[in-house]
Design a protein around this ligand. Structure first.
Ligand SMILES: Cc1cc2nc3c(=O)[nH]c(=O)nc-3n(C[C@H](O)[C@H](O)[C@H](O)COP(=O)(O)OP(=O)(O)OC[C@H]3O[C@@H](n4cnc5c(N)ncnc54)[C@H](O)[C@@H]3O)c2cc1C
Ligand code: SF4
Length: 510
């Protein structure tokens, strides 16, 4: 009995049990399809990265003796749609069953569930064997509760997987060392140069262009800098252990225009297409820490572990717990469109121009740039969460809906009304200035709330609080800010709100 086994572009897990043995009756199908390139305008590096990683993965499977049917974007037999391609291949190879790995995206999950009906042969879903949690992870930890504290989730994960534990207590006596991890970069600190690869993707780029796929962003196709196979992904992880880990925690919130990746690992693409697994990532980093106790302190390692077994797994469980309703959430009823400079980087605001320009150049920004620069600005200016999602989903090489929408609509835009974050992540210029160097070379004045040249973040911040008072007033974490605002005299408040109104009406020219 011949079986068609579908592998999606973000399911490149060579450690999957499917690949342990070869079997001539198993035909592995991989396809580059317009269905997946066109639902949003992606960064060119994201399209090239995924396709190059898929092609390299299929070569690995072939070299191991597996039978692979690969449909390139330029293949004349490619219908550019998953169902019809599968149907043709079922007929071609006379298959009597289709097997697939559970997709991580709700849209694809629904689509693949209809395979049996549409193609007329049985189909079965298998685990992708990548995550540490299952889709119903929240049910197991939170039961019927309606709020899901990340810290509770994280502690369960630490206990369940015995990570950084001393019997039933956290190593070091505390679960969370976040307070030690909010430092600004000292002036003379040496920031590691990011490890960049140099794969020549000229011919793949040509195929993508010939297919007419519309993209955003820049690329050096002769020196593609992202990892496109498992070896490079492991090299990147090793490089992070050696050069990034010693300051990862301490400066994970730092902002600077001197580097595009600071001490971050840049492994999210490799993880999200499953070239490496979360558990092996954690093991490698913990081993490195244990072997180098004199250079790596506990706060670095705890900070990193929390991102992977805390935030990343938490977002996956949140996604499956809340979809599809999550994708329609708009707690503040925001309606504005993104200004056009989000696609060019041409704004006088230094923090935004640096973050957007580096995103266009590298398809990457680190977490605090995404959260406290672009996300903060979108929230303060009332951008519709759909607009926010499309931008984040398109521009970042690591953007896949399960982890993009939960971070964007949930954590960053508070569109879920507080399911993901306990308060909106908003700030005026004072936080951005405290955490980095942007304000020093900006055309706007970080200290002014009103008047020509005043930093837009300042008036927009107070205006946002006042406009959303009814929705946020009762949040105990917001009380202090409302007290500060309420103590300002009416004249000052009016001036600030007029200034914000002016900026909101002139977003295009900021
Ligand atoms: C608005 C917004 C959108 C985001 N969109 C995405 C996205 O599409 N895809 C994505 O993978 N991450 C997303 N993130 C989370 C985070 O910013 C990225 O995972 C991180 O910047 C990737 O770079 P890195 O590998 O250098 O991460 P590091 O800072 O080195 O962290 C190590 C790893 O921890 C994990 N991690 C850290 N924070 C998070 C988080 N909040 N959620 C999930 N995993 C996390 C990632 O796998 C990351 O590779 C988003 C965050 C925000 C605020
Ligand atoms: S002054 Fe305002 S706009 Fe300029 S960099 Fe600072 S926070 Fe950004």
């Amino acid at each position: 009995m011949k079986i068609l086994r579908l592998i999606l572009g973000d399911q490149l897990n060579i450690q999957h049990s499917w690949f342990k043995e070869t079997n001539n009756d198993h035909i592995y199908v991989m396809m580059e399809v317009r269905q997946e390139t066109d639902y949003v305008r992606h960064h060119i590096q994201k399209i090239l990265g995924v396709f190059a990683a898929m092609r390299s993965f299929s070569e690995t499977l072939i070299s191991m003796g597996h039978h692979v049917a690969y449909l390139k974007i330029s293949d004349p037999h490619n219908t550019q749609e998953i169902h019809s391609n599968l149907k043709n291949l079922v007929n071609k190879y006379q298959c009597s069953k289709i097997e697939y790995m559970e997709p991580d995206e709700y849209r694809l999950d629904i689509q693949l569930r209809t395979l049996t009906n549409k193609i007329g042969i049985p189909s079965i879903a298998f685990s992708s064997e990548h995550f540490m949690t299952s889709r119903d992870g929240f049910k197991k930890i939170f039961g019927e509760r309606k709020s899901f504290l990340m810290e509770t989730f994280y502690r369960h994960m630490r206990r369940d997987f015995n990570i950084l534990m001393d019997h039933d207590k956290p190593i070091g006596g505390v679960w969370n060392l976040d307070l030690e991890n909010r430092k600004k970069l000292p002036l003379n600190i040496e920031i590691p140069k990011p490890l960049e690869f140099d794969s020549d993707l000229t011919s793949l780029h040509h195929e993508v262009q010939s297919a007419g796929i519309e993209t955003i962003g820049k690329v050096d196709v002769r020196k593609f800098l992202w990892p496109v196979n498992r070896e490079q992904s492991i090299q990147l992880l090793n490089y992070f252990c050696k050069h990034g880990l010693k300051y990862f925690g301490t400066y994970q919130d730092a902002l600077t225009d001197k580097s595009w990746s600071v001490f971050h690992a840049r492994i999210s693409f490799s993880l999200n297409v499953k070239l490496i697994s979360p558990i092996e990532t954690i093991e490698k980093v913990i081993n490195y820490w244990q072997e180098n106790p004199e250079t790596i302190t506990l706060n670095q390692i705890e900070g990193f572990v929390r991102q992977i077994i805390g935030w990343r797994e938490y977002m996956r469980c949140l996604y499956w717990n809340e979809m599809p309703e999550f994708a329609t959430k708009n707690f503040f009823g925001h309606e504005r469109k993104l200004p056009s400079w989000f696609w060019t980087g041409q704004t006088k605001m230094k923090c935004l121009s640096h973050t957007i320009n580096q995103s266009l150049e590298f398809a990457y920004a680190h977490h605090i740039q995404r959260l406290m620069i672009t996300g903060n600005f979108m929230l303060l200016t009332g951008i519709h969460p759909d607009e926010a999602d499309l931008w984040y989903l398109g521009i970042y090489i690591d953007a896949f809906e399960w982890v993009e929408i939960t971070n964007t609509r949930g954590m960053s835009q508070y569109a879920d009304g507080g399911l993901t974050a306990t308060k909106p992540y908003i700030s005026s210029a004072s936080y951005i200035d405290k955490m980095g160097s942007y304000c020093k070379s900006c055309a706007y004045n970080k200290s002014l709330k009103t008047g020509p040249g005043s930093c837009p973040f300042n008036s927009l911040y107070w205006n946002f609080l006042e406009v959303n008072r009814e929705k946020l007033n009762s949040n105990p974490r917001m009380g202090m800010m409302y007290n500060v605002w309420d103590k300002m005299d009416k004249g000052t408040q009016n001036n600030i709100r007029n200034q914000a109104e002016y900026y909101l009406n002139n977003l295009e020219i900021l």
